[in-house]
Design a protein around this ligand. Structure first.
Ligand code: UTP
Length: 475
């Protein structure tokens, strides 16, 4: 009891000095376990950091991002010449070698809240397979399993969750027997949380005895990899390269040998994939060079006159869009942590449930809170060397962000099907299509049937496949 009293008075002093004393306003109504929870949450906050962020983003005027003179960043383009095809082939071989040697880990960032999708549960549990209904988690698990089988490799898979979806994500894997992966090679860890604050910089409460905390962004991975012990685990396993991907991208290959090969070959510490932007205002970040360092400038921070600038041939001057697929060295993440390198926090104005003064829990319909998030691409400027590799959008990027419309379940399933149609065409298998080239039957390929076009063509040949005439799930 004495220790509760002690921490209460210590923490009261701290919150008083920060003008956040309202967090104790329900104290008299709380039982002991609830008081302990509130004290422990307050204790885990870095008040100095929080107060700096409030000062910088809410009370002060947000200064610019220091990116006033960006230039387009160079990148390795899709192969167009014989020589480029040869270089890609070499990179593939080098990548496969690194995978076979166990030097590559898959890393899924799955700690986000997925509010735009509005699905009740971790986004990874969302059923996405157009015919199979398989979930995003299963899709990625099978891609990793198929990679391991194809190259005779062990690929450990690290999954970053957050406080709110950790338990249910782990249970989901447990209930599905890790989708056939050896369970010792599927490793979960949690990212950090940040307090949400209102328009005046006051901490919001989620209940009378807890703060409204939100995950600290996918950039929280850089800290969490270290703090959770995942980085040490990787080092013990001999992993040197971390292949980072997001839970919503249905087309991503968690392990892409060509990308890995170029990363290794160029001696890059952090590499990213890009696709050509569809339009100046497409909602993806822009790869830019600023003072010789690679940065991603978010679409919302890019001045319109820069975003719209074109080359004489009509193409966009800033054409390289970020699709959130990266590779970084284990050593690089270690160094960042040793150096105490801080990724900057970005502020987002979002809807966050809270309790009001009458201790009623409110689910706001309009944004009411500032969230603070780090973005993993902000580590790029700290890398000694970087590399960007172009990808064909239709082969690497189709995110499920919204329930309907742009970047939705519908567009993702459409893009998954379109990929199968391309593979069928490559295998010279007749497919019924309408006048727009859209298939008139439903199609899906399990990653365990084929991981990519080459694999599919091979399977089709072995099975003497010549035509599809009805809904077909290749499994
Ligand atoms: P998004 O930027 O789409 O954010 O995340 P979100 O929170 O999942 O979704 P909305 O904005 O609420 O609709 C892109 C990727 O980064 C991960 C997500 O899980 C997704 O894979 N992420 C995001 C984290 O791992 N942690 C975070 O704090 C935020």
């Amino acid at each position: 009891m004495a220790s509760i009293l002690e921490s209460e008075s210590r923490l009261r002093r701290i919150v008083d000095s920060q003008g956040q004393q309202h967090v104790f306003r329900f104290w008299d109504q709380l039982g002991t376990p609830q008081r302990e929870q509130l004290l422990s949450e307050l204790d885990s906050l870095d008040f100095e950091e929080v107060s700096r962020l409030i000062q910088q983003h809410i009370k002060g005027n947000e200064s610019g991002h220091g990116v006033s003179h960006p230039e387009p960043s160079p990148y390795i383009r899709l192969p167009q010449t014989e020589e480029e095809r040869h270089r890609h082939q070499e990179a593939w071989e080098q990548g496969v070698e690194a995978v076979r040697q166990g030097r590559v880990a898959a890393f899924l960032v799955a700690g986000g809240q997925g509010t735009r999708l509005g699905y009740d549960g971790p986004k990874g549990c969302f059923p996405i397979g157009p015919l199979s209904n398989k979930t995003l988690f299963q899709l990625f698990a099978e891609k990793i399993l198929a990679t391991c089988r194809r190259y005779g490799a062990v690929v450990p898979w690290y999954i970053m969750t957050s406080r709110d979806n950790d338990e249910i994500s782990r249970r989901f894997f447990e209930e599905h027997d890790y989708f056939g992966l050896p369970r010792e090679n599927v490793l979960f860890f949690r990212q950090g949380m940040m307090p949400a604050v209102d328009q005046d910089g006051l901490l919001l409460m989620d209940s009378p005895h807890s703060l409204a905390l939100t995950p600290d962004g996918h950039g929280g991975a850089i800290r969490a990899l270290k703090r959770s012990g995942a980085l040490d685990d990787m080092a013990r396993r001999g992993v040197a390269y971390i292949s980072h991907f997001q839970v919503d991208n249905v087309l991503v290959q968690p392990i892409d040998p060509v990308f890995i090969g170029f990363h290794v070959q160029t001696g890059s510490q952090m590499s990213s994939r890009m696709v050509k932007k569809r339009s100046p205002d497409e909602r993806v970040g822009n790869f830019c060079l600023v003072d010789g360092r690679l940065h991603v400038i978010e679409y919302s921070d890019m001045r319109p006159e820069l975003a719209e600038r074109r080359r004489p041939d009509g193409s966009l001057y800033f054409e390289a869009g970020n699709v959130a697929i990266h590779i970084y060295d284990v050593d690089f993440v270690s160094q960042l942590n040793q150096r105490g390198y801080e990724l900057p926090f970005h502020r987002a104005w979002k809807k966050v449930p809270f309790v009001n003064d009458l201790s009623h829990r409110i689910r706001p319909r309009q944004p009411n809170a500032n969230k603070f998030e780090m973005f993993v691409f902000d580590a790029l400027p700290a890398a000694r060397r970087t590399m960007i590799l172009e990808g064909a959008r239709e082969s690497i990027f189709s995110p499920v962000k919204n329930a309907r419309g742009e970047d939705s379940v519908e567009t993702a399933q459409h893009d998954m099907t379109a990929e199968v149609v391309r593979w069928l065409r490559a295998a010279a298998v007749k497919t019924p299509v309408d006048s727009n080239g859209e298939p008139t039957v439903k199609l899906e390929v399990s990653p365990l049937f084929a991981l990519d076009e080459t694999g599919f063509v091979e399977q089709a040949r072995q099975r003497s496949l010549t035509a599809v005439t009805a809904d077909t799930y290749f499994e």
